[in-house]
Design a binder for this molecule. Structure first.
Ligand SMILES: Nc1ncnc2c1ncn2[C@@H]1O[C@H](COP(=O)(O)OP(=O)(O)O)[C@@H](O)[C@H]1O
Ligand code: SF4
Ligand SMILES: [Mg+2]
Length: 392
């Protein structure tokens, strides 16, 4: 009879003490270098560059943001490029853990340091100035020292977070916190002017009795009201770009719709640009002009909202659409969910990251697909759309 023996195989994810020590030592060296660069005193020219298109507010090019953890390097954002046109809403969508928040934190220069670092790429933010040849100038946020970032963070670029209680200070009144935002970024403003503006802002975001709410503390407001206050805060400084990271996930459905409507109205009024991050395709369909679909730290498809909804190409985008809850659906069938898991972010494979979950996989998928342009605005990263292989 054949005898079965079990070989003791070491899991490829388990690190020995020696390996772990080597990683920690190496991480320390790498992150120290990055931190040193951020503290450097440099001339403005060092981080000033040109916009590729003056009609964009933001241009992200080949951005890589990594976390140097004790278990290895997590490539949370792994070479993404996209644009945020002026006066438009861009939706960033993808399953949890695909790198949406790390992308937005990179733009704000708020990635958790020292382990989290922007290691490569450019984040060009239009400063609405031109050089002597008429080229639109930009700050490259990826190269800006921390101190210089204060010039634009919280002023030209603001952020609305998912949970307002973590961003509002419980010991100060709403009014105090709103005034402070305006005063910090506006040296000439008096306290009375700041108060007037804060109440105006509370009014703008649809808060009833703004004078009363001005005197209240965050815990005295409902979740929806707090989120409105956060939006008022993000607007108090006339930003050019607002990043809203899952701004309504913690709210119930009716309040969610109200807040999103408010955000859209405000965008129209202020003509700012918005990056709206969500895992909810329903929200995207209602709100945005352009859609960017992320998967495992990369962009796998992007296009206008019409292109992505009428003609989704990547099997992952198609899967996301199938898993979207429909209010109009009258079946009791459980919601479709894309089977399988995202690859381990520490050891990303060389093949298409979606391969293990993809029903349409072909031999070519052993290599990572290049970007395929379908139209001026629509592109996809999938071998199926290479010439001669169009499966549409
Ligand atoms: N501070 C951190 N340290 C290590 N890994 C992190 C950290 N923050 C995020 N990550 C990792 O980066 C990846 C992307 O995370 P995130 O951008 O938060 O995803 P989401 O798309 O859900 O917003 C995940 O694999 C996450 O575990
Ligand atoms: S490249 Fe291949 S594995 Fe990846 S999504 Fe396209 S068909 Fe599927
Ligand atoms: Mg997130």
């Amino acid at each position: 009879m054949k005898k079965f023996t079990f070989k003791k195989e070491k899991s490829k994810w388990t690190l020995s003490y020696k390996e772990s020590r080597a990683i920690i030592k190496n991480n320390f060296k790498i992150t120290k270098e990055f931190e040193k660069k951020k503290k450097q005193k440099v001339h403005e020219d060092f981080y000033t560059t040109q916009m590729k298109n003056p009609m964009n507010t933001l241009e992200v090019e080949n951005l890589h943001t990594y976390f140097f953890t004790d278990n290895g390097t997590v490539k949370s954002v792994n070479g993404i490029s996209f644009e945020v046109p002026k006066n438009k809403i861009v939706g960033l969508v993808g399953e949890s853990g695909c790198g949406k928040s790390v992308t937005s934190l990179s733009i704000m220069q708020l990635v958790q340091a020292p382990q989290g670092q922007i290691v490569e790429g450019q984040i060009r933010f239009n400063i609405d100035k031109t050089d002597e040849d008429g080229n639109a100038l930009a700050y490259n946020i990826a190269a800006m020292p921390t101190k210089e970032m204060y010039k634009i963070r919280g002023k030209d670029i603001t952020m609305i977070f998912q949970e307002p209680m973590t961003s509002l200070n419980p010991v100060f009144t709403i009014g105090y916190q709103l005034d402070e935002v305006a005063l910090i970024h506006n040296e000439k403003m008096t306290k009375e002017e700041a108060k007037k503006r804060s109440i105006e802002m509370l009014n703008l975001v649809g808060i009833p009795m703004p004078e009363e709410v001005y005197k209240r503390y965050p815990h005295q407001l409902s979740g929806g009201m707090r989120q409105r206050v956060m939006i008022a805060m993000a607007l108090a400084v006339d930003p050019k770009l607002i990043i809203a990271d899952e701004p309504t996930t913690a709210l119930d459905v009716t309040i969610q719709a109200q807040i999103l409507d408010l955000l859209k109205n405000i965008q129209r009024k202020t003509q700012s640009s918005i990056i709206l991050i969500t895992h909810d395709l329903g929200v995207i369909a209602e709100m945005v002009d352009y859609v960017i679909v992320m998967y495992a730290g990369r962009i796998i498809e992007k296009g206008t909202v019409e292109e992505i909804f009428a003609n989704p190409l990547h099997p992952y985008t198609k899967g996301l659409q199938k898993s979207k809850p429909m209010v109009t659906s009258d079946t009791d069938e459980p919601l479709y969910s894309i089977p399988g898991n995202v690859p381990n972010p520490i050891n990303m494979p060389n093949h298409c990251f979606f391969k293990d979950r993809c029903k349409d996989c072909i031999a070519k998928c052993e290599t990572y697909p290049e970007e395929i342009r379908v139209s001026e605005t629509h592109s996809v990263f999938c071998h199926l759309y290479e010439e001669g292989l169009n499966h549409e």
